[in-house]
Design a protein around this ligand. Structure first.
Ligand code: ADP
Ligand code: MG
Length: 273
């Protein structure tokens, strides 16, 4: 009979106070807080359902790993600075028939990131480029890859500051820790020669080293206008598309389409979009 003082659970099979404090200590040292939190209730389940020692150990470790993965994903999503939470699950494929499903399914396997390949999403406003970019970014975070999101204007500003402060090389190297860089909205605002040059350096630096996902409302043929220089634009496109999935999306803007649908399908009273 276990005679240790444990009034809550006096059965002989329950861990005594010293075992409990040992486990608390061990889970702290191992930095496995979930184990410290779940071992006791899982032990109760194990006794009740007759799990083997091995099954109990697996269940405890499983919970720790699941929590660690979930908090890693949370940290990566927070660190990516997405402008909104948009998932691939929320993306309505029926509204975007120009998106090839086999290509999207392939991208979802995330092998493009493992191979440092790029994704280029082209198309007019409202067709879902940013939504898909964020959705793929979140999927990458879930798969364990660090991601960084910004608009083209935002990246240009960062690079300009880094350059002015003499740490461009250093920052470009640091960006390598992000396995996916998302550059949203290339083309809405034109770049001056310095910005174009910095952008080219970013693309050149990541070439075959890390993935870039770019969205643009401009077809490649007009990137010379964005970067004010056909040669720089050409050299950049060349590196970007060498290993890349280029998706040209078409169709009406989802924003105005859903408004039109609401108008034609008599919405609930009081519904506004
Ligand atoms: P773009 O970046 O191409 O201009 P967005 O991705 O910003 O377009 O899409 C505009 C809005 O419409 C966003 O709120 C987005 O979530 C939504 N949207 C666009 N396409 C779809 C879709 N196929 N399914 C669900 N939501 C969509
Ligand atoms: Mg957009």
């Amino acid at each position: 009979m276990n005679s240790e003082i444990n009034t809550a659970a006096p059965e002989s099979t329950t861990a005594g106070a010293s075992t409990a404090s040992t486990l608390a200590y061990l889970s702290r040292v191992l930095k496995t807080p979930t184990i410290g939190r779940v071992w006791e209730s899982l032990a109760a389940s194990a006794r009740q359902d007759g799990w083997s020692h091995e099954e109990y150990l697996a269940a405890v470790l499983q919970r720790q790993v699941a929590d660690r993965e979930a908090s890693g994903t949370r940290l990566r999503i927070a660190g990516a600075h997405f402008p909104a939470v948009k998932t691939l699950e929320d993306f309505n494929l029926d509204h975007q028939p120009s998106l090839r499903r086999d290509v999207l399914a392939h991208l979802q396997t995330m092998t493009f990131i493992a191979k440092a390949e790029n994704v280029i999403l082209l198309g007019p406003p409202g067709v879902g480029k940013t939504h898909l970019g964020i959705g793929l970014g979140i999927a990458a975070c879930q798969a364990g890859y660090p991601v960084a999101f910004d608009t083209a204007t935002g990246w240009a500003a960062r690079l300009t500051t880094a350059h002015a402060e003499g740490r461009l090389e250093h920052d470009l190297k640091r960006l390598r820790r992000y396995k996916l860089l998302i550059i949203d909205e290339v083309g809405y605002l034109p770049f001056d020669a310095d910005q174009a040059n910095l952008f080219f350096q970013l693309v050149a630096h990541r070439y075959e080293q890390g993935s870039i996902l770019i969205t643009s409302n401009m077809p490649f043929g007009r990137w010379g206008e964005i970067f004010n220089d056909d040669i720089v634009a050409g050299a950049m496109i060349d590196r970007l598309v060498h290993h890349a999935e280029v998706l040209a999306l078409s169709g009406d803007s989802y924003r105005t389409r859903s408004r039109r649908e609401l108008l034609t399908t008599s919405p609930e009273p009081g519904e506004h979009h």
